[in-house]
Design a protein around this ligand. Sequence first.
Ligand code: AMP
Length: 184
Amino acid sequence: MWVLKHLLANQLTMEYIRGLIRDVPDFPKKGIIFKDITPVLSDIKALRMSVKEMASPFMNLDIDVVVGIESRGFIFGVPIADILGASFVPVRKPGKLPCKTEKITYDLEYGTDSLEIHQDSIKENQNVLIVDDLLATGGTAEATCELVSKLKGKINGFVVLVELEFLNGRKKLNQYNVHSLVKY
Ligand code: AMP
């Protein structure tokens, strides 16, 4: 009975959060349906529930470091690090981090993009959880996993608020424990 009640409450939470996420057609370019999560941020109840549910599968995994991907990964990453008692490390677009960095360049549909992390931000074998707002094709997530691996961090999981399942981003991350709250 308790399990059933818990599952129902969880389902209601997800539906509440899903109801807040807005579709914005043709943003930032034609053909893309942008999932706008800002209404979730505007609703403190939804934001608290999102952060709690994103952290929940990783509570007993001794996470040392939460890595947040610029920029919406920062919003969720910091409170998740707080819940897990972990440190927070930002992965940023090139030229933003002031100290020595590792850099990775990865392919986009058209062209390439790059991400950087401070070299001294993760120690060998530290348990790492990577956080972003949304998983689409998985390119950004895969690149971030490579950056963390370059620093010899152990990736214990990857968590997002939203997953666009039809883009199969999970396939690129099949060796990792991937968790998402709202799926399309
Ligand atoms: P990808 O590398 O394709 O998995 O894209 C993931 C990154 O791009 C995330 O940091 C998202 O914030 C952003 N993103 C990609 N597609 C969308 C979308 N349809 N709506 C909102 N954000 C998106």
